[in-house]
Design a protein around this ligand. Structure first.
Ligand code: BES
Ligand code: MN
Ligand code: ZN
Length: 481
């Protein structure tokens, strides 16, 4: 799919040949005097079109336009949030295999954030999962033209939005793939393919032997219950001089989480194919970096394996030694994410990072706390937390800061090891973060629990590609410092 941006009036936008034209009107819209604007102004005045979010008036082949379908779409106050909702509502009405060319016209000026929201909303609404369907129905949409009177000054944010949308899409694609089509080895291949295609990206993949040599006993313990061999994926994006300290992103890459011996109930267990969404978001970020080529350095670490159970599977009560040297009593084999992450977090030390951010579908407790609206954000470093929080707001990919008081870690005490991998049920998202924190003393660190935000359940089941938008925004904000 190809995005374009042009500085056009509404009349000019309406004279573009297209299968559909969305005219976005906000509360403050003052119709200009060109013919099409007058028509839109009249429709609003008469109350047939409304600027209220999501209200649409549909016209078929109106003589004033070369578009087959014209929708006048209310986008409320014109904010990024309202533009997204308006477009999602409008696209719902015109989802058709006939939609090849779409024009999205801002009536008047567009804010940078709203333009960005429009790009991402169109990409999201037209996404079609195909990779395991025998009769695939691929996305029909090929060209999207965005117009606004001030388009000239929006080029940078436009390019950034398009790059983010390709990253989001890659993350969605991998997260959506079933576990037998997204094994650790296949994830590693995807990372290698990214590196092969883009000059500034390198990829190194470690297998069980190398990971054993590194002493990653916690990661190995999770992987040992499956026939599918683990992969530890190391991606490097070099956009700045070697001496510039990188940001390290660590993505949880459990390609299927059965819970292990502490097995999960059957209902909805299929959704545990999404337990590699953190890893998918790291791939997505690298895809966007490849496009934007910013002058920064970024390392992506993906510990990937299945959490299954065979005769060699790790058992509740087993004690293993992590790469950090700390011994861990595995009281619940379903708290596997923190086990693979802790070794990756120790590995991250070697890069002398400016910051390390891990991204993980870590706890059901975070879903209970924050639902699907905001990801959980944990960091003992207030500056880092603020930067991530602000990036989330700017990208409309929200997160919410959670506490890390000492007391939340008390339940992790073990009689037989340095630490246990679970505490009680209460405050489960926080005790998981407290566990991870034990492995992050050597650098500024933050943790994003995306268990509630990485995918949607129910009728609209599917990956969201979050938090690629937040992460790219956070990384690019370093450029202006
Ligand atoms: N992958 C799950 C977390 C999860 C659960 C994400 C539901 C999304 C929806 C994680 O590995 C897990 O099983 N966590 C346990 C931890 C518990 C055993 C302390 C949980 O949340 O139940
Ligand atoms: Mn689990
Ligand atoms: Zn898990």
């Amino acid at each position: 799919m190809n995005f374009e941006l042009k500085p056009l009036s509404l009349t000019e936008a309406a004279s573009e040949k297209a299968d559909a034209l969305l005219v976005l009107v906000s509360d403050t819209y003052k119709p200009a005097r060109d013919g099409f604007s007058v028509l839109v102004g009249l429709a609003i005045k008469e109350g047939d079109a409304q600027t209220k979010v999501g209200k649409t008036l549909a016209l078929y082949k109106p003589p004033q336009s070369l578009a087959t379908r014209v929708l006048i779409v209310g986008v409320g106050d014109g904010s990024a949030k309202h533009v997204r909702s308006g477009i999602v509502a409008a696209m719902d009405g015109i989802k058709s295999d006939k939609l090849k060319k779409l024009v999205v016209a801002f009536a008047g000026v567009a804010q940078a954030a709203s333009l960005r929201a429009a790009v991402l909303a169109v990409a999201d609404a037209s996404y079609s999962y195909t990779s395991t369907k025998s009769k695939a129905e691929p996305r029909s949409l090929q060209t999207v033209l965005l117009t606004a009177s001030n388009a000239g000054e929006l080029q940078d944010s436009f390019e950034r939005a398009v790059a983010v949308s390709t990253g989001v899409e890659l993350a969605k694609e991998w997260a959506n793939r079933p576990a037998n089509h997204a094994t650790p080895a296949l994830l590693a291949k995807a990372a290698e393919a990214l590196a092969a295609k883009h000059g500034k990206i390198r990829c190194e993949v470690l297998g069980p032997k190398e990971v054993g040599k590194l002493g990653m006993g916690a990661f190995l313990a999770v992987a040992q219950g499956s026939e599918e061999p683990l992969r530890f994926i190391v991606l490097k994006y070099s956009g700045a001089a070697k001496a510039v300290a990188p940001t390290v992103l660590v993505g949880k890459g459990i390609t299927f989480d059965s819970g292990g011996i502490s097995i999960k109930p059957a209902a909805e267990m299929d959704e545990m194919k999404y337990d590699m969404s953190g890893a998918a978001s790291v791939l997505g970020v690298f895809r966007a970096l490849a496009e934007l080529k910013p002058a920064i350095n970024v390392v992506g670490l993906i510990p990937s394996c299945e959490n299954l159970l065979n005769g060699r599977a790790v058992k509740p009560g087993d004690v293993v030694t992590s790469m950090s040297g700390q011994t861990i009593e595995i009281l619940n084999t379903d708290a596997e994410g923190r086990l693979v992450l802790c070794d990756a977090l120790t590995y991250a030390e070697r890069f002398k990072p400016r910051a390390v951010v891990d991204i993980a579908t870590l706890t059901g407790a975070c879903v209970v706390a924050l639902g699907g609206v905001r990801s959980g954000l944990f960091s003992p470093n207030q500056e880092l937390a603020n930067a991530l929080r602000a990036a989330g707001e700017a990208a409309q990919d929200l997160c919410w800061e959670m506490p890390l008081d000492e007391e939340y870690g008390e339940g992790l005490k073990s009689r037989f090891a340095d630490v246990a991998n679970v505490a009680g049920r209460a405050g489960g998202a926080v005790s998981a973060a407290k566990y991870l924190q034990r492995f992050t003393a050597k650098y500024p660190w933050a943790h994003l629990d995306i268990a509630g935000t990485a995918w949607k359940s129910g009728a609209a089941k599917g990956a969201t590609g979050r938090p690629v938008g937040l992460l790219v925004e956070y990384l690019l904000a370093q450029l202006s410092k």
